[in-house]
Design a protein around this ligand. Structure first.
Ligand SMILES: NC(=O)C1=CN([C@@H]2O[C@H](COP(=O)(O)OP(=O)(O)OC[C@H]3O[C@@H](n4cnc5c(N)ncnc54)[C@H](OP(=O)(O)O)[C@@H]3O)[C@@H](O)[C@H]2O)C=CC1
Ligand SMILES: O=C1Nc2ccccc2C1=O
Length: 280
C-alpha cells in the first residue's frame, strides 16, 4: 500500500503527488476544483505568472469550509526564476512571492528553478532561500533541473545549513534519468517528477494504452502510477476539470513488475521541455 504522504529529510512531509499549473490561465478555478477533488499539492513558479491565482484558489477552498479545509493541509510549491538569482535579487524575489500569496502566510517548498546562471549565482541564491527558512516564511527548500554535479556542489558547500528536500526534474518512461534519480534518492532528496505525460506527447503510447485497457483505467493514470511506483512525486497538469479526479485516482490499482518494465525506456532520452541538468 503506497502512502499518501512522503517524508522529507527535514522531518516534514509532502503529498504523494501534486497538480502542475504551467500555462494555467484559470489557475484559481482549477486549483480550487483540484483541492475539492482531493489534491493537496500545487506546483507553481514565478515563471508561470499565476502564483496569485493559485493562492486565490487555495484561499477560496479554505473559505468554503474553514473547519475542514485548512491552510496546513495544502502544500504550496513555487520557484524562483533564473533572473531572480543572486543573493540580493533572491531576497527581493522571495518577498514578492510572499506578497502575491498574502493570506497563505508561508511557502511550503521554494525551489531554485534551474541551475543555468552558474555556480556563484546558485550558491548565493541558496544562501537567500536558507535565510527564508530561518525566518519561518518558507518551510522547505530545494532545487529544480539540477544534475548530479549541481547537487554534489550544493551538498559539499560549506554554507549548507538546510539540505535541499527535493529536486524537481522531468521524469517519465521516455526520460528516466535513472542515475540522477538514484543519486537524489540515495541522498534522501525526493524527486518531484514533472511532465509525467511528456507534455501529453506520450499519452497515447501503445503500451500505456494497452496496460490501461487491461486495468480499466486511463493511460494518464498508468503514467502517473508508473512515477509513484518508482518512488517519485509526479505533478501532472490538466486544465480540464473532469480529468482532475481520475488523474488523482492512482492508489487503487498497481502495476506489476512486468508492466513497469514494459513502460520503461531506459535507452530513450526525450525531454519534452528543456534539458539543463548538464549545464556548467
Ligand atoms: N521545474 C520545471 O522546469 C518544470 C516544471 N513543470 C511542472 O510540471 C507540470 C506538469 O508538466 P507539463 O509540462 O504541464 O506536462 P504534463 O506531462 O503534465 O502534461 C500536460 C498535458 O497533458 C494533458 N493531460 C492531462 N491529463 C490528461 C488526461 N487524463 N488525458 C489526456 N490528456 C491529459 C493536459 O491537457 P489539458 O490541460 O488540456 O487537460 C496537458 O496538455 C507543469 O504544469 C509544471 O507545474 C513542467 C515543466 C518544467
Ligand atoms: O512548467 C514549465 N514549463 C517550462 C518550459 C520551459 C522552461 C521552464 C518550464 C516550466 O517550469
Amino acid at each position: 500500500m503506497l502512502a499518501k504522504i512522503v517524508k522529507l529529510n527535514n522531518g516534514l512531509t509532502i503529498p504523494f503527488m501534486g497538480l502542475g499549473t504551467w500555462e494555467l490561465t484559470n489557475a484559481a478555478e482549477v486549483v480550487k476544483e483540484a483541492l475539492k477533488a482531493g489534491y493537496r499539492c500545487i506546483d507553481t513558479a514565478v515563471l508561470y505568472g499565476n502564483e496569485r491565482s493559485c493562492a486565490e484558489g487555495i484561499k477560496q477552498w479554505i473559505s468554503e469550509d474553514p473547519a475542514n479545509n485548512r491552510r496546513q493541509d495544502v502544500y504550496y510549491i513555487t520557484k524562483l526564476w533564473t533572473n531572480q538569482m543572486g543573493y540580493e535579487k533572491a531576497k527581493k524575489a522571495i518577498a514578492e512571492c510572499l506578497d502575491r500569496i498574502q493570506g497563505l502566510e508561508y511557502i511550503d517548498l521554494l525551489l531554485i528553478h534551474a541551475p543555468t546562471p552558474g555556480k556563484q549565482m546558485r550558491l548565493e541564491t541558496y544562501k537567500a532561500i536558507q535565510e527564508a527558512v530561518d525566518a519561518g516564511v518558507v518551510k522547505s527548500i530545494g532545487v529544480s533541473n539540477y544534475g548530479i554535479a549541481h547537487v554534489k556542489e550544493l551538498l559539499s558547500w560549506p554554507g549548507l545549513k538546510h539540505k535541499p528536500v527535493a529536486n524537481e526534474i522531468e521524469v517519465s518512461p521516455w526520460c528516466m534519468r535513472q542515475e540522477l534519480c538514484d543519486y537524489c534518492l540515495s541522498q534522501d532528496i525526493q524527486v518531484i517528477a514533472f511532465a509525467p505525460f511528456s507534455h501529453a506527447n506520450r499519452i497515447n503510447d501503445p503500451d500505456a494504452v494497452s496496460i490501461a485497457e487491461k486495468k480499466g483505467v486511463t493511460p494518464a493514470q498508468v503514467l502517473i502510477r508508473w512515477s509513484v511506483q518508482k518512488g517519485y512525486i509526479p505533478i501532472p497538469k490538466t486544465k480540464t476539470l473532469s480529468r482532475l479526479p481520475t488523474n488523482l485516482d492512482v492508489l487503487s490499482f498497481e502495476l506489476s513488475k512486468e508492466e513497469l518494465a514494459q513502460l520503461d525506456h531506459p535507452d530513450v532520452h526525450d525531454p519534452s521541455d528543456w534539458e539543463v541538468t548538464t549545464c556548467p
